[in-house]
Design a protein around this ligand. Structure first.
Ligand code: CO
Length: 608
């Protein structure tokens, strides 16, 4: 018998609906799903912590408690990113342990633990913590193809995870590119090597081969297959539950699930799917077998396209694709999953735009230093030198990254108490703040606003949530003017006066929206950046090489600087970029302020 791990409450809507499914859409059907007899249901972790506090004004802890109440018979599972937990950076051990304790207390039974680099040192503490609180630890390896990621590699690493105390194992094929043969070889190999604990295969439909891979996995003795109810399945999401159940019916791998009950559940989710139709993207549902050649996950590809367009270089797509493969090899073949996909992707974009390793973001440096964990293959000295400079050997760590971190729980708790003790209604609120200090604080203060569903569209144009529409309609523009009827033409008792100027934030990027009286709807601007009186060029002028936001200005006017001193940092493509002085001199003038948007060629400051 094969069992199913059902993904509809986490991975499915993270893959196809930007993680926007709400608790209110889950609870009415939860009882029925609880009766199916799934091996487990994934309901938490990944982006389902971040998105609810950022976009839905929902408490993820409360969601978990309610789901547990509604589904007392099915083990609930979460995806845990090892030392990153449910965020995108490392946390110290005390936070990881505390988080797992709280997650267990609120209803998580199974913890799927994975590390982007498959660095088992990063997985040790979370596995131990899960065992300590009596949870089920599933040791998960990110799947990729490279000279180091051979079938033998996976078998060996899985053996180690079993020895570390894991209760089950999982192959995490986030890009959806595992072939039937590879699935068979790895699972068969694990069984032949004497691995006793259950093995789970997690994949996505991206390449179109996944149904065949699942069949071969069953033949090799896979214990659990990951699927999602059909209304939110296929494409970049998982294979459909009902199809897999039907395919295995009458075979030795029959799940034994009630097809009629599954059809009832399907009907319910068709309505939920429709509720988010503004998030449907046809391309996400199309098969993309090219992933088997370039090995770049679909989500990362669309990100790359967007980032290139943002930098005004949409025509360089092919070059970037090839460069991504090259950078990945040079950086030791990291599996391309958050956060390593971002490191590799942005470095590839930088290399194409500015020359190879001429511009190196902080994240690439951190990666090469070993701060994400040990790269799967060794990085050649010449690459290390390009990234970290001639003394690179002094900067590389050989310990576990979290060994360098101080405990954080008490510090964060004290901070939040000092901000406002009434914000702490429960211990979990401190954790929300510890994981996401800015977004979490805003949420705890009650300042988060729930985003719209399709039923609420169209939104009034002065609705603060118009930002999402503005962003998707006019990604190249930084400023938007909306023209309206002039006041003298408006009827008495007509529409209430609307604000003439407001700024909105899109994924942390500020947009200026100006309302000017004339009529119609006009979008203008683009580039934004700086004050209008900023000159195009001056002697000793230092210009931005990219589209981004000024993060921190590290000098004042009148400061003396040496060549190579960091003058300011710019955030571009979610990466932090240092802008150094090209030669020694004095900072004569600073043309930007922190938070300003800048475009390639914009003057930042003058050093003479
Ligand atoms: Co997945």
């Amino acid at each position: 018998m094969v069992q199913i791990h059902e993904l509809i409450f986490r991975d499915a809507h993270q893959s196809l609906l930007a993680t926007r499914m709400r608790t209110e859409d889950m609870l009415p059907i939860a009882g029925k799903m609880d009766e199916i007899g799934f091996f487990s249901m994934e309901v938490w972790g990944g982006a389902t912590f971040d998105v609810p506090i950022r976009y839905l004004n929902e408490d993820p802890w409360e969601r978990l408690r309610k789901l547990k109440e509604a589904m007392p018979n099915t083990p609930l599972q979460m995806l845990e990113r090892a030392m990153n937990i449910v965020a995108y950076w490392n946390f110290p051990d005390d936070i990881v342990r505390k988080f797992i304790q709280l997650a267990k207390k609120n209803g998580i039974d199974y913890f799927r633990i994975f590390d982007a680099l498959n660095d088992l040192r990063n997985m040790k503490v979370p596995i131990e913590a899960v065992k300590e609180v009596g949870g089920h630890a599933q040791g998960c390896l990110s799947y990729t193809i490279s000279p180091v990621h051979t079938t033998e590699y996976y078998i060996e690493e899985f053996k180690k995870l079993e020895a570390m105390g894991c209760d089950s194992l999982c192959i995490k094929d986030m890009a959806g590119m595992i072939s039937p043969k590879r699935a068979y070889d790895i699972i068969q190999g694990c069984k032949d090597a004497g691995i006793k604990i259950p093995i789970d295969l997690h994949s996505h439909y991206t390449s179109g081969m996944t149904g065949m891979a699942y069949m071969r996995a069953a033949e090799a003795g896979v214990d659990i297959l990951d699927t999602a109810m059909s209304p939110i399945s296929g494409g970049t999401a998982a294979p459909p539950t009902e199809s897999v159940v039907a395919a295995l019916k009458g075979t030795e791998w029959d799940t034994g699930y009630d097809m009629n009950a599954l059809m009832e559940i399907r009907k319910y989710f068709l309505k939920v799917w429709d509720r988010y139709r503004h998030l449907h993207r046809f391309n996400a549902l199309k098969m993309d077998p090219s992933v088997t050649v370039h090995q770049i996950p679909g989500g990362m590809l669309s990100n790359l396209i967007f980032q290139l367009e943002e930098q005004g270089a949409g025509d360089k797509y092919q070059q970037v694709l090839e460069e991504t493969a090259r950078v990945r090899a040079e950086l030791g073949y990291p599996p391309l999953v958050t956060p390593t996909s971002q490191v590799v992707g942005v470095q590839a974009v930088m290399n194409v735009l500015h020359g190879r390793y001429k511009v190196v973001p902080k994240e690439t440096k951190d990666y090469c230093k070993g701060l994400y964990g040990k790269p799967p293959a060794e990085i050649k000295p010449e690459i290390m030198e390009k990234v970290l400079g001639p003394n690179w050997r002094d900067e590389v760590i050989d310990c576990r990254p979290a060994d360098l971190m101080e405990p954080m729980w008490d510090k964060r708790k004290k901070e939040l108490e000092e901000i406002d003790p009434s914000l702490i209604k429960k211990e979990e609120d401190i954790m929300t703040y510890a994981l996401y200090p800015q977004v979490g604080l805003k949420f705890l203060k009650g300042e988060a606003v729930a985003e719209f569903t399709s039923d609420q569209l169209p939104l009034p144009y002065d609705h603060p949530l118009m930002r999402a529409a503005v962003k998707s309609l006019f990604p190249e523009h930084r400023q938007v003017w909306i023209e309206i009827e002039p006041p003298e033409k408006r009827k008495v008792g007509g529409p209430a006066p609307i604000p003439t100027e407001f700024s909105v934030e899109v994924d942390g990027e500020p947009f200026e929206v100006k309302v000017i009286p004339t009529g119609g709807f006009v979008v203008a601007g683009g580039g934004g950046g700086g004050e209008p009186e900023v000159p195009k060029d001056v002697e000793g002028g230092i210009k931005s090489t990219m589209q981004g936001t000024v993060l921190k200005i590290k000098v004042k006017e009148g400061d003396k600087v040496k060549e190579g001193d960091v003058l300011l940092t710019v955030e571009a493509m979610k990466m932090e970029q240092e802008i150094p002085a090209e030669k020694a001199g004095e900072v004569k003038k600073i043309f930007v302020k922190e938070g300003d948007m800048v475009s390639p060629g914009d003057l930042l400051l003058q050093v003479l």
